[in-house]
Design a protein around this ligand. Structure first.
Ligand SMILES: [Zn+2]
Length: 330
């Protein structure tokens, strides 16, 4: 599936905030129009309107994924109420847009997108929410993307992201960058507490650095620091902690493996002593069972996102994935 990239007629320019824009500047596509019809019915039933989003109280934040929501919960503290859209155990590339998501966003003040083409489905939710006051932060704007294709992107490359690999939140340093951007966005919505947001972002940045240093040391002590992954979701994790990803089960992103490709992986596993395959729970067990049988590879099943949109979950999840890789290698 190709990721939809929306064009904006005139992106709202806010000085010093490249990732911020207003929902009013968006262009609706034909699919969005169909979804909006469903939304109209939802509004009639629930008797709510976009203007209610102005009601005072905590800043309402909706994020595409739990990881961004968790960072926002930590930076926002008691001043925010945070929710996420995608469930952590499902494929984040393919989220079904439901009217209930639009209702949720219709009451929000801030939407946090992953960006880099991962959550094109969020555009439909935002358009359908008809929330003119919504501030949208593209959290991927400040990230230096890995795996950026150099030439022209075509179908033979699979589900490749033209702007680079979008799974950046698995590097603690990238989450720290996002924390800073969220602090700035919250500070604009609530200037009275802007210093608090900045301080909490700085605190989270310190925690991220501490986890990075601690786990890097553990990884460096592993006899073999080479793993397989199923999808290319873990390149930032590997790069941050010193784990080399020898190959992916998917020959190109989003394309299931062929017998020939799996045979190639057996060769790599034997040659380089690869003993771990890191795989999201929603992929088939077939390839993992084959690699286990033929080359003794152990499958570590882990979601690429944390379980809860709560403060602390994001870093805890990264730490626990690494613990499980370390346990499987030893
Ligand atoms: Zn992907």
């Amino acid at each position: 599936m190709k990721h939809r990239v929306l064009e904006y007629k005139h992106a709202l320019k806010l000085s010093g905030s490249g990732g911020l824009r207003s929902a009013e500047d968006r262009v609706a596509g034909p699919l969005t129009v169909a979804i909006m019809l469903v939304w109209h019915v939802a509004v009639m039933f629930l008797g709510i309107g976009a203007t209610e989003a102005l009601a005072k109280g905590p800043i309402r934040v909706v994020a595409s994924i739990n990881d961004l929501a968790s960072i926002a919960a930590e930076v926002g503290g008691g001043q925010v109420e945070v929710q996420a859209v995608a469930r952590p155990n499902t494929d984040v590339h393919r989220v079904e847009v439901l009217p209930s998501y639009m209702v949720r966003v219709s009451r929000a003040d801030l939407y946090l997108m992953v960006g880099l083409g991962l959550d094109g489905w969020a555009d439909q939710i935002i358009d359908g929410s008809r929330n003119n006051h919504l501030v949208i932060l593209d959290c991927g704007r400040g990230i230096t993307p890995l795996d950026r294709p150099t030439g022209k992107v075509d179908a033979s490359m699979g589900d490749v992201h033209p702007d680079g690999n979008p799974h950046y939140w698995l590097d603690p340093r990238n989450g720290a960058i996002v924390a800073g951007e969220i602090a700035e966005a919250l500070g604009r919505l609530d200037p009275a507490n802007s210093e608090r947001y900045r301080q909490r972002a700085a605190e989270l940045q310190r925690k991220a650095e501490a986890l990075l240093a601690e786990k890097k040391t553990s990884v460096a002590a592993m006899p073999v620091r080479v793993i397989f992954t199923y999808h290319s979701s873990w390149v930032y994790l590997g790069a941050a902690f010193g784990l080399e990803i020898a190959a992916s089960v998917e020959p190109v992103p989003g394309i299931p493996p062929t017998a020939g490709h799996l045979q190639k992986l057996i060769g790599i596993a034997k040659e380089r002593n690869v003993s771990v395959l890191l795989q999201e729970p929603y992929f088939s067990d077939e390839a993992g069972s084959f690699l286990a049988r033929e080359a003794g590879v152990r499958v570590v099943k882990a979601s690429a996102s944390c379980d809860e949109p709560a403060a602390g979950s994001w870093l805890q999840h990264i730490g626990s994935v690494l613990e499980r890789i370390l346990a499987a290698e030893n």
